[in-house]
Every structure is written in C-alpha cells, then in structure tokens.
Design a protein around this ligand. Structure first.
Ligand code: F6P
Ligand code: MN
Length: 327
C-alpha cells in the first residue's frame, strides 16, 4: 500500500509549480481544511440537543436548523480571524458581512454553512460549501457587493462532505483534488489528486416531485435522456453537494430546472451554491448551464439570487441546451 499523503505534504509538493496566487489559494484551502475538521467534530459529536429546527427562516425562506446556525457562526468566526477575507456572504446572513479588521484583504468568502439541512434529522449526507472571490479593488469597500454578484470574480471553490466518511473536495483552477479525513490521526489524506468526471451516464438526479411543473423542454430532455441511456438509474440525495459529488464519482447529470408553478425548484443560490458546484464540475471536465448560459457567466442580481442548474456530463449538458434553446 502507498504511503498516505497528507494535505500539507501535498500542498508543499504542489507549491514549486504554482503561481503566487495558486500558493495563496492553496494556503486558504489548508486553513479551510482546519475549519472543516472543527465543523466535522461539531457535527459528528454534537449531542441530540443540536438536532432540530432553530425556529426561524433564512433569507430564502428555508426553515433554519440549529446546526445551520452553529455552522454559520463557526464559518464566520473563521473568516473574520483568517485575515485574507474582506467580507462574507452566507446562506444564513441576510446581508453581506463586512470584516472591518481585514477590510483591505484581497478575497471574499461565500459559504453555505450546512448544505442539505433537510437531511439532518434522519442522519443523511450534509456538507459545507465554500466559494472564494477575488476582489477587483481592495482599496474600495463599495465594490465588494459587485464583486460577489459578478460572474468573473470566482477564484476557487470547495466543499466538505459529511457522509459515512468526511471528504474535502476543492479546486483552485488546476483540477479537482479530493481528501479524506482520517479519524485517528485527524489528517486529511489524499484520495484523488485529480478527479475527472467519468463518461457513462450512470445516474441522473432531480427532485421528481417538480417535474410536472418543469418547462416542456426540460421534460422532453429528461424523457429522451432516459431512452438514450436505458441503463441509467435515478439517485437523489437532496443535498446539492452530495448529489454533485456522486456525479463526479459515478458520472451522470443533475437537473434543477425552473419550476413554473411554485418557483421553488429554482431554489439553488448562485453566489454560495451554484457557482461553487459549476466551478468544480467544469474543473473535473463536465459542464454546468441554466439551459441558455454557462453558469459561470451569469451575474447575480442579489446575494441570494436563485437559479436553475443542469450540471454533469458535458455531452448531456450540451444536449439539454440544444433542446432548451430550440423550444
Ligand atoms: O440548499 C438547498 C438544498 O438543501 C440543496 O442542497 C438540495 O438540493 C435542495 O435544497 C433540496 O430541496 P428540495 O427538497 O426542494 O428538493
Ligand atoms: Mn444549500
């Protein structure tokens, strides 16, 4: 068996070929990996009193869970003491939080502190999503909002997935790297240096209860896709990052089309969920679209902007776009 490579060892090996920005982003992900360990410990060892609703709704109207609040506080504390972030945007914060101590710092951090909160009460997979944005002007605080909304400022993204194992998946624009937390040594061990989305359409993922309300092009695509790939099988975890990670490992397509009737199906948020997923999917050789445009070219209208996401196998995403545009 090969000697395990820890995250700091791996980062050290990478550093000789990285740009100064790559080294900096890599250091940020090492710091995020420490936050990931703390979050893991809290989530895994948290008592039963940590399970359940907090008793409020967030800016998107989701029922906030106690663990959402705790994870949000931990992410916020991390960002405000790290020093390289000038502001944060979070699913659990109505507004941008400006970090006065490091307001001239070069990066912004957006996060979904606990993605898949509906899985908490039955012990299903959940995770934390990070998106790092590069500021356009560190001397001007008034540009921060525009930098969060812009499609051009994303520098890196990653997520921690709390499943039976704890995984840390990230990309700084040089492929997708995956690490697994060793519960004994508390080290992140390299799982895959570069993760590539496999070609077969092994699975497809969507919340079936919304299909009747999808636009007809999305419905038409789904029917035809199943006919083209008779061996494909449905899988839906209900935690975006876990559904996306499964597709990264097994191949396939994720569909969250616009829902004409309830508008709920376009609930996924661009600034702290979709772009992170799109960045990773693209870095793994896949694609992410809303049917008309590549997700990573879409500007947000506000910090909690919701948007459809169709992501995964490149040929299937292109086929979805073809059907959608023709309609
Ligand atoms: O953050 C939103 C989220 O929790 C995603 O992780 C997940 O894909 C989705 O909501 C599930 O929502 P629904 O129950 O409406 O399918
Ligand atoms: Mn989420």
């Amino acid at each position: 068996m090969n000697t395990p490579i820890t995250l700091p060892e791996w980062a050290e090996n990478q550093s000789s070929t990285q740009t100064p920005e790559g080294v900096e982003l890599s250091a940020i992900f090492q710091a995020l990996s420490l936050l990931g360990k703390m979050l893991t410990e809290t989530i895994r060892s948290g008592g039963v009193d940590l399970i359940g609703a907090y008793g409020s709704e967030n800016a998107s109207g989701d029922s906030v869970q106690k663990l959402d609040v705790l994870a949000n506080t931990m992410c916020k504390e991390f960002a405000s003491t790290h020093g390289r972030f000038a502001a944060i945007a979070s699913e659990e914060e109505e507004e941008i939080v400006y970090l006065e101590e490091s307001i001239t710092a070069p990066y912004l951090l957006a996060f979904d502190p606990l993605d898949g909160s509906k899985n908490i009460d039955f012990n299903g997979p959940i995770g934390t999503i990070f998106t790092i944005y590069k500021r356009s002007d560190t001397a001007d605080q008034s540009t921060i909002m525009a930098d969060f909304l812009s499609a051009t400022t994303i520098a890196a993204s990653g997520f921690v997935l709390y499943g039976p194992r704890t995984l840390f998946i990230f990309s700084i624009g040089d492929g997708v790297h995956t690490f697994q937390l060793d519960p004994e040594t508390q080290e992140w061990i390299l799982l895959q240096d570069t993760l590539s989305l496999p070609d077969p359409i092994t699975t497809y993922a969507h919340n079936d209860s919304y299909v009747a309300n999808w636009d007809s092009a999305s419905q038409q695509y789904l029917t035809a896709m199943k006919e083209r790939h008779p061996d494909t099988t449905a899988r839906h975890i209900g935690a975006l990052l876990a559904d996306i990670y499964r597709i990264l490992v097994q191949g396939g397509i994720f569909i969250r089309a616009f829902d004409n009737a309830s508008k709920r199906s376009a609930k996924l948020r661009l600034v702290y969920e979709l772009r992170a997923m799109a960045f990773i999917i693209e870095q793994a050789g896949g694609a992410a679209t809303d049917g008309l445009n590549r997700i990573l070219t879409i500007d947000a209208t506000d910090i909690h902007h919701r948007h459809p996401l169709i992501a995964g196998n490149i040929a299937e995403v292109q086929e979805y776009e073809r059907v959608f545009r023709a309609s």
